[in-house]
Design a protein around this ligand. Structure first.
Ligand SMILES: Nc1ncnc2c1ncn2[C@@H]1O[C@H](COP(=O)(O)OP(=O)(O)O)[C@@H](O)[C@H]1O
Ligand SMILES: [Mg+2]
Length: 183
């Protein structure tokens, strides 16, 4: 069995965990949460204010070691999934959500006002998408806007992409003008 690694990234609240759980079930794939992986392997240092700073190089090394003997399909999801070693990752899905809708989703999470703003603006500015395309090149990255899709519909869309029956090339989503006009 050949190895297939699908990385699912996006701003917090865009639906990575929900999407990836469904996708892994449909593909009968293994599911790896990078949050858990980072905790279990202590892949972070503590900043003076107590926040955890992820060591990207260590994350890449640990992930490479972890998946060396992997067979079959792996869905790996998390805020940094688009930064995993490019020679290992076959597809990168970047989930997108309209900043206004994202704000509502994050409000349910007891985020501080500063953290909420930071994430909503990161989404408006396409930060993760840029990072993903910069690192992996445009062909491997698929951009899916989940604003008006159920998680099941979003997964269906990606399965079509995987079968080569649809495309979701990066660059279709653009909320910048609308976001800054409204603020
Ligand atoms: N496609 C979607 N449409 C509407 N709500 C969604 C969708 N995907 C996820 N959600 C909801 O948004 C919230 C954040 O989803 P989650 O999967 O935890 O995001 P992430 O892992 O990216 O932070 C959850 O309450 C989830 O139920
Ligand atoms: Mg999550």
């Amino acid at each position: 069995m050949t190895r297939l690694i699908i990385a699912v990234s996006g701003t917090p609240g865009t639906g990575k965990s929900t999407f990836s759980k469904i996708l892994a079930e449909k593909l009968r794939a293994k599911l790896l949460s990078l949050n858990d992986f980072i905790e279990e392997n202590k892949i972070y240092t503590l900043a003076p204010d107590g926040t955890k700073v992820v060591d990207i190089e260590k994350l890449r090394r640990c992930f490479a070691r972890e998946s060396r003997n992997l067979r079959g399909t792996l869905v790996v999801e998390g805020l940094m999934a688009h930064l995993l070693p490019k020679r290992m990752v076959n597809h990168v899905v970047v989930l997108r959500t309209h900043p206004r809708v994202l704000e509502l989703r994050l409000k349910d999470r007891n985020y501080s006002e500063a953290k909420l703003r930071e994430n909503v603006e990161a989404e408006a500015l396409d930060i993760i998408l840029w990072e993903a395309v910069e690192y992996h090149g445009i062909d491997k990255v698929h951009e899916i806007d989940t604003t008006n899709l159920t998680p099941d519909e979003a997964v269906k869309q990606f399965l079509l992409i995987l079968e080569g029956k649809a495309t979701a090339r990066p660059g279709k989503v653009d909320w910048l003008e609308e976001h800054f006009k409204a603020n």
